[in-house]
Ligand binder design. Structure first.
Ligand code: ATP
Ligand code: MG
Length: 422
């Protein structure tokens, strides 16, 4: 026998104890999305590599060094999706969802990036994202941001900061880019290795550098805001006004950039200081050029993606306060007759009380060991049925989460009693 096989580095099992927090998040998020009229789109986890090269762009970290790419048995180059937008746009074009239509869609699922694993950064991680297509104005940008704000409200997450910026149009960025490159080229001695490389390929991303040594040179760089045309300015001002109208605080962060040509105007992030370096839990923006870049007619898109693991980590900090409950009851069964009748009773209860969360003890064992399992199940109540109780037509009821004495109720009254408890 060889040694045990383990999961791949940076890819994690979601264990049964952890999944209730994920469900709490997923259910809450889904309810909010539904409330805004967004519908789910599920795309395959594998796509042709070409899709990501063309959408995310050859000069990004993702395409340069993070993708899980391989040839399948036919020799086609396939990639495990590193993000969700490319697949959504591909599907939208393929199924004609964008032509003269507004679409509000969302997606969820695992994403794959070959990064250095650390807290909040994994090689398989999960995103939930939403996108709105076919709308050019700042009204939908605001809706998208409000949708994300409502997630935090719904989930009880506090202290997230909204950062926004505008990237103008690709023409405006081209002019700015020249100014930026000449500013940075004159200061090459202050640039780190990554930034020197980006100076040639993707200079806007230098503004996003997380290296402390780069702070000073970045702070002195020309600002894209000064290169915006009237329309871009008006778009941004209208978004800011909208945020003020709905009472949402925000910080304008000129270093919030995406280095790709298809981005347009609005970008935003929700950031927390509770997760160390991996503090961005949600990132989004407008990417009007993408549909055309992938072969569709010119269109409009705006959306975001949230890092589920990072949000779960925030929720875990206050797990005690989450409305996550154990089962309603655990049925302890002592003796052969009780065991047989108990399983029938459990099915009758489930028939009568939809939504009842009941664990029936299986596998026999002593009273003590059954009671221990009842307690460990985090059930609110233990129901105790022995041959003696059965003969008398009663069942023992013991509250497991407080000190109340065990009592008996008539079996005939049990369903009514449970109804009032659940
Ligand atoms: P970063 O700068 O942290 O690498 P990014 O710009 O690559 O982030 P996006 O592609 O915008 O991230 O993804 C949206 C969100 O998905 C991020 O804000 C983050 O919450 C989450 N995310 C991205 N990469 C990872 C990862 N490797 N592990 C866990 N969560 C991730
Ligand atoms: Mg990244």
């Amino acid at each position: 026998m060889g040694k045990n096989i383990q999961a791949i580095r940076g890819m994690h099992d979601l264990l049964p104890d952890q999944s209730p927090v994920w469900h709490y998040l997923e259910d809450g998020v889904r309810e909010v999305l539904d409330g805004y009229g967004y519908k789910e789109l599920r795309t395959p986890i594998l796509e042709l590599t070409e899709l990501f090269k063309r959408s995310i762009g050859e000069v990004t970290d993702i395409v340069e060094k993070e993708m899980y790419t391989f040839d399948d048995r036919n020799g086609d180059s396939l990639t495990l999706r590193p993000e969700g937008t490319a697949g959504c746009v591909r599907a939208g074009i393929e199924h004609g969802l964008f032509h003269n239509q507004v679409q509000r869609i969302w997606y969820r699922g695992p994403m794959f990036r070959h990064e250095r694993p650390q807290k909040g950064r994994y090689r398989q991680f999960h995103q939930i994202g939403a996108e709105a297509y076919g709308l050019p104005g700042p009204d939908i940008d605001l809706e998208i941001i409000m949708l994300t704000r409502r997630f935090w409200q719904k989930l009880g997450l506090e202290g997230l900061e909204l950062q926004i910026n505008t990237l103008g149009t690709s023409q405006e960025r081209a002019v700015y880019r020249e100014q930026l490159v000449s500013y940075l080229s004159a200061r090459k001695d202050q640039l780190d290795e990554d930034s020197l490389r980006r100076l040639e390929t993707n200079p806007l991303r230098i503004l996003d550098s997380k290296s402390p040594d780069m702070k000073v040179v970045i702070a002195g760089a020309p600002s894209l805001m000064d290169y915006l045309g009237e329309e871009s300015k008006a778009h941004f001002e209208s978004l800011c006004q909208g945020l003020e109208d709905v009472g949402q605080d925000y910080v304008v962060n000129p270093r919030l950039v995406r280095g790709l040509d298809y981005y347009a105007r609005t970008v935003f992030e929700w950031v927390t200081d509770k997760l160390g370096a991996q503090g961005t839990v949600c990132a989004g923006g407008r990417y009007d050029g993408l549909i055309e870049q992938l072969g569709g007619r010119p269109g409009h898109g705006v959306g975001f993606a949230m890092g589920v693991e990072r949000l779960v980590a925030l929720l875990e900090e206050n797990r005690e306060q989450l409305p996550i409950k154990g089962p309603d009851a655990y049925l302890v069964l002592m003796g052969d007759e009780a065991q047989r009748k108990g399983l029938v009773l459990a099915e009758q209860l489930r028939d009568r009380l939809p939504g009842l969360r009941l664990i029936t003890h299986c596998g026999g064992g002593s009273f003590k060991s059954q009671f221990k399992k009842a307690d460990r199940s985090e059930a609110a109540l233990a129901l105790v049925l022995g041959d003696d109780e059965l003969a008398r037509g009663v069942i023992g009821v013991k509250a497991l989460r407080d000190d109340k004495e065990q009592r008996e109720i008539a079996l005939d009254d049990l369903a009514e009693f449970l109804k009032s408890e659940i």
